[in-house]
Ligand binder design. Structure first.
Ligand code: IMP
Ligand code: MG
Length: 180
């Protein structure tokens, strides 16, 4: 796996440090509340696990799964809910946890759908933000790192379902895309 990586963008240590800061910020901002953190699978599973452990509040967690990408590196623009949240979010303070905000298609769609369920509030927490590629009017409330328009893998993020288990975030060698 490591030999397919061109360059490491964020090391394990950098990720741990930044995720700790995000958790501390959420702990301060939601003092006295018990937000529900909803993770958008599959890309955010590792971020979610680390972020929730960096929050010192009586949170609950929930999970949903959407598809928008197929196996390529460019969003199809079509979003479909594959697995919905298990619990009602009515009246809850909802924090949507994403791996990466790219075109914004996924989160724009999800925010609209979830807003209709009448949560007390919705905020978005994304590990990575690629603002250059945004095609929907959406910004995250919490951003781990802002990155340029490069395709990255690791720490939950995949290329064709691989590389999710790399402990760091890195850029794939272009030759890997060329093979498929
Ligand atoms: P959006 O709907 O275009 O904002 O795309 C969001 C989803 O696309 C993310 O949750 C990821 O699953 C995927 N994605 C976007 N950029 C990358 C990338 O650089 N590497 C891996 N997955 C990505
Ligand atoms: Mg994702």
């Amino acid at each position: 796996m490591n030999q397919d990586i061109e360059r490491i963008l964020f090391t394990e240590e950098a990720l741990r440090h930044r995720v700790g800061q995000l958790g501390a910020q959420i702990t301060t901002d939601y003092a006295g509340k018990r937000p529900v953190l909803a993770s958008v699978l599959r890309g955010s599973y590792i971020f979610m696990a680390d972020l929730t452990r960096a929050i010192d509040l009586p949170i609950t967690v929930d999970f949903m799964s959407v598809s928008s990408y197929g196996s390529g590196t460019v969003s199809s623009g079509q979003v479909e809910i594959k697995k919905d949240l298990s619990d009602s979010i009515e009246g809850r303070d909802l924090i949507l946890v994403e791996d990466i905000l790219d075109s914004g298609n996924t989160l724009h769609y999800l925010r609209t759908v979830l807003q209709a369920r009448k949560p007390a509030s919705i905020r978005i927490c994304t590990l990575l933000d690629k603002p250059d590629r945004r095609s929907q009017p959406i910004t995250a409330d919490y951003v781990g790192f802002t990155i340029p328009d490069v395709f990255i893998v690791g720490y939950g993020l995949d290329y064709d379902e691989r590389y999710r288990n790399l402990p760091y975030v890195g850029m794939l060698k272009p030759s890997i895309y060329a093979e498929s």
